[in-house]
Design a protein around this ligand. Structure first.
Ligand SMILES: *Cc1c(COP(=O)(O)O)cnc(C)c1O
Length: 421
């Protein structure tokens, strides 16, 4: 192939001169041009849920494409968007009634932040502070970066990021500090919203915290009149064992963001689902109170149809059983590392398993990251550690044997790259 013109995401091209080409995706596998295949143990960056190219979703895409392409969504509507909104309200925690479409996780976050500020302005009690959790990740646009952890990823853009208030990550045994800090920050009633990844902080290192902490955070937001934004972009669609992670805390957020698994991981779509109160704050004969947000491809009909097919799969196939079985396997699989001195912090939440490799260096830029990635790729496994954090976040169609192969490889990686205490 001639030299590629493509600039890849999160890729240091000087260190990764050759990038494999994928010609076919199927179930849990990516097929390369040379006929070999790679087991996709991270669901192609957390998007694929049932497996690559579920036939029902692909069929819906085909069928819809024979009638509809993009249509302007201001002043017009279409059946896939209407039916999907109805379905999403049915699936989301109680009280979330209004669906605003966009096209990526990051934009769903921007929309949520704008809704929160618009809400307080429109009810005549402006608030503009946003409270965030340490180690969070909410996307790569300026607003989403502003509410996410600061670090090497966004150091160059820091001058453009807005100021936020941060509560500590609720590490095991120190949860009360998080709640106390949030309670203190809530006292002056300047916080428009608390934004959190419920139960699992993904890009921050697959950090997990118990559901009761989320329940308590919600209680504090209610007492202070602060909105709770649940970023379920990664945790949604069964990843943590339930449809949405908030369910495990019996929490109904004021705004919920969903994207990655929304179309089963086939084509881009996002939704920001809000309470009726937030919608009503924008509902007025005063045009100034309009929610001023759109992206050109909002509510793409083909993407909405793909998402609807995904919802139908949840209704018609034993998806919950598959998730329960996968979750058990992940918990059992990690048990074998509990006494392995080369690993620490074995943890699972639903279908997500993670553990830290004991090495001399930690953090995303740790030298070990690329070495581990190459190690797994040589074995036909797509595992993409976050620094020294190894995690498996597979599509739900992965088999027990395939998982066993992954745990074997992780054990071998421990022997090769891990150090003992
Ligand atoms: C991936 C992710 C996002 C950003 O989604 P994009 O579609 O990549 O813009 C936001 N929040 C969380 C929790 C994510 O994991």
């Amino acid at each position: 192939m001639a030299q590629s013109r493509v600039w890849h995401p999160f890729t240091q091209h000087a260190l990764e001169p050759s990038i494999p080409e994928i010609v076919l995706t199927e179930g849990a596998y990516l097929h390369k041009a040379d006929g070999s295949r790679i087991l996709d143990a991270i669901s192609s960056w957390w998007v694929v849920t049932h497996g690559h190219r579920h036939p029902r979703i692909m069929k819906a895409i085909e069928t819809t494409a024979s009638n509809l392409d993009q249509i302007i969504f201001a002043g017009f509507t279409h059946e896939p968007a209407e039916r999907l909104a109805e379905a999403l309200v049915g699936l989301a925690p109680a009280g979330l009634d209004r669906v605003f479409y966009s096209d990526s996780g990051s934009t769903s976050i921007e929309v949520a932040l704008k809704m929160a500020l618009g809400y307080f302005r429109n009810i005549g009690a402006p608030r503009s502070r946003i409270v965030v959790m340490e180690h969070s990740y909410h996307g790569d646009t300026i607003g989403a970066m502003s509410v996410g952890a600061r670090g090497v990823f966004n150091a160059a853009y820091e001058p453009l990021l807005f100021e936020v208030d941060t509560i500590p990550f609720p590490a095991a045994g120190r949860e009360q500090e998080t709640l106390d800090r949030f309670e203190a920050l809530s006292r002056d009633r300047r916080a428009a919203a608390l934004i959190v990844e419920p139960l699992v902080l993904g890009a921050g290192g697959m950090l997990m915290y118990p559901a009761w902490v989320l329940t308590e955070l919600k209680r504090i937001t209610e007492a202070a009149g602060t909105l709770l934004i649940a970023d379920e972009v990664m945790t949604g669609w069964g990843r943590t064992g339930t449809m949405f992670a908030c369910e495990q805390a019996s929490v109904s957020p004021d705004i919920l963001c969903t994207s990655k698994g929304l179309t089963g991981g086939t084509i881009p779509l996002a939704a920001t689902i809000a309470t009726d109160a937030i919608f009503q704050a924008h509902y007025s004969e005063d045009r100034k109170k309009t929610f001023f947000h759109s992206s050109s491809y909002t509510a793409n009909p083909i993407a909405c149809a793909a998402a609807l097919a995904n919802v139908e799969i949840w209704h018609d196939e034993p998806v919950a059983d598959r998730i329960a079985a996968l979750s058990e396997r992940q918990a059992a699989g990690l048990r074998r590392f509990r006494d392995n001195p080369r690993f620490t912090d074995c943890r699972t939440t639903g279908t997500i398993a993670a553990l830290d490799l004991r090495t001399g260096s930690a953090g995303y830029l740790a030298e070990i990251g690329p070495k581990l990635r190459a190690f797994f790729l040589e074995r036909g496994l797509l595992v993409r550690p976050l620094g020294n954090v190894l995690y498996l976040l597979p599509p739900y169609c992965i088999t027990g044997n395939e998982l066993d192969g992954l745990y074997d490889a992780i054990e071998e990686a421990g022997e090769r790259f891990g150090s003992k205490p």
